[in-house]
Design a binder for this molecule. Sequence first.
Ligand SMILES: Nc1ncnc2c1ncn2[C@@H]1O[C@H](COP(=O)(O)OP(=O)(O)O)[C@@H](O)[C@H]1O
Ligand SMILES: [Mg+2]
Length: 240
Amino acid sequence: MPQTVLSVDAIHTYYGQIEALKGISVHVDQGEIVTLIGANGAGKSTTLKTISGLLAPKTGTITFLGEVISGMPVHKVTERGVVHVPEGRRIFPTMTVEENLEMGAYLRNKDPKGVKESMERVFDLFPRLEERRSQKGGTLSGGEQQMLATGRGMMADPKLLMLDEPSMGLAPVVVEMIFETIQKLNKEGITILLVEQNAAMALQVADRGYVLETGGIALEGTGRELLVNEQVRKTYLGEV
Ligand SMILES: Nc1ncnc2c1ncn2[C@@H]1O[C@H](COP(=O)(O)OP(=O)(O)O)[C@@H](O)[C@H]1O
Ligand SMILES: [Mg+2]
C-alpha cells in the first residue's frame, strides 16, 4: 500500500465573501508526482496557498504525515517539510543568488551543516546558479530565476515540494529543462505537487493528476488516463 503523505479533505477557502475553493479533496502519496491542472482562475494557486498555510480553509482538513496542518502558520508547515515555490517566482531581486538561497533556509539556523549540504545539492542540480552565485537575483533570465526559486525551496529541505506554474513564460527548451529537473528531484526522493497550465507536459511527468474547474475537482486519474481523456484533450490540450 502506498503511504499517503498529504491529504486534503473537502477544503473550502474564501477571499472575503468569494468562495474560491468549493470542496477540494486531493491526496499525494509518498514518492509521487501529482499535478493540478485547469484554466486560469480555477483555484490551483489557492489550493497550494491553503496547503502551505498562507490561507486558512473555512472548513475542511489538511493532513501531512498524519498531523493536521490546516490552520498552522506558514513557518510551522514549512518546518514539517511542506515547501511552496510560488507562482511568479518571487525571488529577491537585489539579493545575490547565494543570499536568495540562504533565505530559503531561514528556519534551519540550528543546522548549518545541513544547510551547507543543501546548498551543494542545489549547485549540483543547477550549475548555472553556482556560476552566478554572486550575481543579483533580478539580473537573472526567467529560466535562471525559476532555478533560483526552486533552489530556494530545496534549501528548506522539503519532503513535499509544491511548485506553482514553474514553466510560466519560459522558452520551450527551458521548459524541457525545468520538467527534467522536477523528475530528477522526484527520483532523489522528493514528493512533488505540481500546478501547471502546460497540461501536456505536466501530465506526461505526473503519476496522477486532478483537473480543477471553478473551485472544484472536475476529473482525476493517472497522468496517462488524463492525457487520453477526450474532455481533457479538447479543453486543456488544445485539440479539436
Ligand atoms: N487575492 C485574491 N482576492 C480575491 N480573489 C482572489 C484572490 N486571488 C485569487 N482570487 C480568485 O480566486 C479564484 C481562484 O484563483 P487562483 O487560485 O489564483 O486560480 P488559478 O491559480 O487556478 O489560476 C479566482 O476566481 C480568482 O479571481
Ligand atoms: Mg495560479
